[in-house]
Write a protein that binds this ligand. Structure first.
Ligand code: BGC
Ligand code: BGC
Length: 863
């Protein structure tokens, strides 16, 4: 799978077949309106405070940095600003260029081997370091540094202690524990010779549809503020506590700024908050973390009022550096500079000029970017003073971190001490966090805590699945394709139940489907969301399992058999689970507990004497929604009507407050009730148009485009340029056009697959019609963001029947696609038209229309 991820990424950049692709690596400049064009957003620097930063500048360090800088060539300086990825550079590249830093992305491992040992990690760190200080080729001997996403423990490394994701830690509301988690994480990271961690994420998420909600501690800026400070102290130490000493790593507060507040919870989207809210809601993690001395900040993919953060000089330079007083460096996010208006991945002086100090440039874009930056300085596009400032900041952090004195990565204090990875004392910290993160939402008749001396049935597909309970950013980027064997030393939730029950003389039986031979005393059902990361986790509503409700069926079956049901719900966000709550006697929100699933049982069960071992102490750090569309319900809203408020959580013995008659009516959003337009002369959000030829893909961004023999141009139907013409040439592999979602993230079009819906397209044929013209759709297969599903129908007969040179509608029953396995709730590309023969036609409105299936031009199943 790792190879597949790697492949699809580079393939997309060439632009290739797989319709599920990761957009992050590619050259797409995204046009943004807003503050770029019309500076409508008032900028008020007084909103931002000057921070009292605990780490002070020392004259000695500054003199040293100055002396280093004075000896550097332009090429050496630019190399400090380039951060390539381990899949795209060799040790020889490091020797030749002397990059200031490098990273491994999520699911990137030494030698491309998921099962790399700590020794393999150290070996790579050591070679890269030695190459960077070897002055034989580039003349410089400045130690490089390696950055990694250790976002819930050292999560790319097999056997590491994996903590609950941030959302669960938020429910624990225990900053001292959080500092300890960060200290442990720093230790495990140092065992592998790595210097720098891309954490904490301090997004204060306001819309729970965002796929990164679980990376957020809370919707409440106060918790984010306090945790940011605690994490930074745990990772880096503090001036009064081993600051960046031998057992510490550099931290990164990310993603600056406003990532948790985009419209619709859209990953990499647009934040339109006022400047006051930007500071008071989204800025508090920076106040906490930077005051504690965090040495780096990562720029965010999102925009503020239409302007991408990577190019926002006001926020990066005027606010963060000048006003708040941050004197470390600002690193970019995964080719984020390529999204700035006028930029692509290989060229973006705008970002440096805005104040970006390090370009995170995975893929092979690093080389042209490096060359272009050098040229842009020579041409005066980027002032030398800006480069000197960036490099000063990078060197300042390296000096503070002692990188010039510390031994090489293989010789450091913890290097190679593999017994520290997943050490028992570390797991004990994680187990405490798991226990404290559980939030008890419902407890009818005091079903919980359970006595261990019982016949317990354990059901649900998350009961014995460490990967699923750990979520995204777990060994692989998306957290998918892991098995329990990938977590040596870890435990599932079932493991813990079995241990407690067996020790007390009861019986625990695992059966995912809830089957049994002897009727159990109680059923614990563990179920929830499949893992996801970043935009792949974006959703349009919070309805759990809309369309399948298979877990609800399991709960209902057990209830019907008169078995008390305890739900343990695994999720990266609060979700609308009214029906599941109604079908449960007790309900525990367990979030994404990580590798120490057995600790859940410490709380569910009493000891053998019937005494509570650990009470339920977690409290909601996110408000729990009353409806599937209540995604932006947040503490302090004027009209605050969640199902369960921020801070809610029962302790044992507390009276149950939730009824078992919660409203289960499916709520249809306006968008879902009236069909859905895809192209109405312009593309609707979030769709993008691509030409396809064989294995190449080209995004269409202008009025004409061509790819191999296929030509595209806009034409007029009712008004100017509200349609487009396609001229296909013969092509052995087929060519065509596809409309796919932005970044190929899945869109929930569940309603468009139902309601007797049709796909309706306006066509005008302008040539003879070949014997095969395929209309297809592409979706993401369930639970696997990199897998895909397809369906297609041949519409050549329908086209042949149209009057030539005349606009006419063709409608196709949505069931023609669903019966081939297309999942509308996971839609990626709802329209793909391909031909292998010469063909010329024009296309206008494309839409899903309801209640028309019976009169469609193509009806399925064909009766
Ligand atoms: C994410 C960052 C992460 C980086 C490196 C990006 O896509 O937004 O949070 O640090 O990748 O993996
Ligand atoms: C890469 C991951 C990386 C992610 C960041 C993916 O394409 O495979 O390693 O963390 O992009 O967005």
């Amino acid at each position: 799978m790792k190879n597949y991820i790697r492949q699809t990424k580079s393939l997309l950049c060439l632009g290739v077949t797989a319709a599920i692709v990761f957009a992050s690596g590619c050259n797409q400049s995204v046009m943004t309106a807003g503050r770029d064009t019309a500076p409508s957003q008032a900028e008020n620097i007084d909103v931002w405070p000057t921070l009292d930063i605990e780490v002070k500048r020392s004259a000695e360090d500054e003199a040293r940095v100055k002396a280093l800088l004075a000896d550097m060539t332009l090429e050496q300086k630019i190399a400090q600003m380039i951060q390539p990825e381990i899949r795209d550079i060799t040790v020889e590249d490091m020797r030749r260029y002397g990059f200031g830093s490098y990273l491994n992305g999520g699911g990137a491992f030494p030698n491309n081997n998921k099962h790399s040992t700590p020794q393999d990690w150290i070996a790579l760190a050591e070679s890269m370091y030695q190459a960077s200080v070897d002055a034989s080729l580039d003349g410089s001997s400045i130690p490089t540094m390696w950055g990694t996403d250790a976002v819930h423990g050292h999560n790319n490394v097999i056997g590491a202690t994996l903590f609950p994701h941030n959302i669960g830690l938020g429910a624990a509301n225990n900053p001292a524990l959080i500092e300890e988690i960060a200290r442990v994480t720093a230790t495990e990271v140092m065992v592998t010779g790595i210097d720098w961690v891309f954490a904490p994420t301090v997004a204060t998420v306001q819309d729970d549809r965002w796929g990164r909600t679980y990376e957020s501690y809370s919707e409440n800026p106060r918790i984010v503020h306090d945790y940011s400070r605690a994490i930074v102290r745990g990772l880096q130490g503090a001036p009064d506590d081993d600051f960046l000493g031998d057992s510490r790593v550099i931290s990164t507060v990310k993603h600056f700024i406003g990532d948790g507040g985009t419209v619709g919870g859209d990953d990499q989207g647009n934040n339109v908050d006022s400047e006051r809210d930007l500071f008071e809601i989204h800025g508090q993690g920076y106040v906490g973390g930077l005051s504690a001395g965090a040495q780096s900040v990562m720029a965010s993919f999102n925009s503020w009022h239409g302007k991408k953060l990577h190019g926002d000089k006001y926020l990066i330079t005027d606010v963060l550096k000048d006003k708040m007083g941050f004197d470390g460096f600002v690193v970019g996010d995964w080719n984020g500079h390529g999204q700035v208006k006028g930029c692509d991945n290989t060229s973006c002086p705008q970002a440096a000029n805005a104040g970006l100090d390090i370009y995170m440039v995975p893929t092979d874009a690093w080389k042209p970017l490096y060359e272009n930056l050098i040229q842009q300085v020579k041409d005066g596009v980027i002032p030398m003073s800006r480069i000197d400032d960036a490099v000063t900041r990078i060197l300042r952090v390296k000096v503070r971190a002692g990188l010039f004195e510390k031994p090489s990565p293989a010789k450091r204090q913890f290097s190679g001490k593999t017994e520290l990875i997943g050490q028992e004392s570390h797991r004990a910290v994680a187990k405490q966090a798991v226990r404290e993160s559980l939030v008890l939402l419902k407890n009818t008749n005091q079903v919980l805590p359970l006595s261990p001396n019982m016949n317990v049935l354990v059901a649900g597909d998350a009961a014995h699945n460490i990967g699923k309970q750990s979520g995204g950013w777990t060994i692989t980027w998306q957290g998918t394709n892991n098995t329990n064997e990938d977590f040596p030393g870890g435990s599932s939730i079932f493991d813990g139940i079995q241990e407690q029950v067996n020790a007390a003389g009861g019986t625990a039986t695992l059966n995912e489907a809830g089957e049994y031979t002897v009727k159990p005393d109680v059923a614990i059902v563990v179920y929830g969301e499949e893992p996801y990361a970043e935009g792949h986790g974006d959703r349009e509503h919070l309805d759990y399992q809309r369309g399948s409700k298979s877990d609800l069926a399991l709960l209902k079956k057990l209830k019907a058999e008169n078995i008390p049901v305890v739900s343990v719900f695994i999720s990266g966000r609060p979700m609308w689970v009214n029906a599941e709550l109604n079908a449960s006697d007790a309900f525990v929100a367990a979030w994404l507990p990580g590798s120490e699933g057995d600790a859940v049982a410490d709380v569910l069960f009493t000891d053998q004497q019937g005494e509570i071992q650990h009470d339920m102490s977690g409290r909601l750090s996110f408000s729990w929604p009353a409806t599937p569309t209540q995604a932006t319900v947040n503490l302090n809203d004027e009209d605050y009507t969640p199902l369960l408020p921020y801070g809610f959580g029962l302790s044992y013995g507390d009276e149950n407050t939730l009824s078992s008659n919660l409203n289960e009516d499916y709520e249809v959003s306006a968008k879902d009730s009236s069909g859905r337009a895809i192209f109405t002369g312009t593309l609707q959000q979030p769709w993008e148009l691509w030409l396809m030829s064989g294995s190449s893909r080209l995004p269409v961004t202008a009025s004409t485009a061509s790819l191999d023999g296929l030509k595209y141009r806009t034409v007029d139907r009712l008004v100017q340029e509200d349609a487009f013409r396609l001229s296909f040439d013969t092509s052995e592999t087929g060519a065509g056009v596809q409309i796919a979602s932005k970044s190929f993230f899945r869109e929930d079009m569940y309603a468009q697959g139902k309601n007797n819906a049709v796909l309706s397209v306006m066509f005008k044929t302008e040539s003879a019609i070949p014997d095969e013209v395929l209309l297809g759709m592409n979706c993401e297969s369930e639970g696997d963001p990199v897998g895909s599903c397809n369906g297609q129908v041949d519409i050549s007969d329908l086209l042949k029947n149209l009057a030539p040179e005349t606009w006419s509608e063709i409608s196709i029953d949505a069931r023609c696609f669903t019966e081939q396995g297309v999942k509308f709730e996971n839609m990626v590309a709802p329209f793909q038209l391909t031909s292998k023969e010469k063909l010329s036609l024009s296309i206008s409105d494309i839409a899903f229309k309801f209640e028309k299936a019976d009169t469609a031009d193509m009806i399925c199943p064909s009766a």
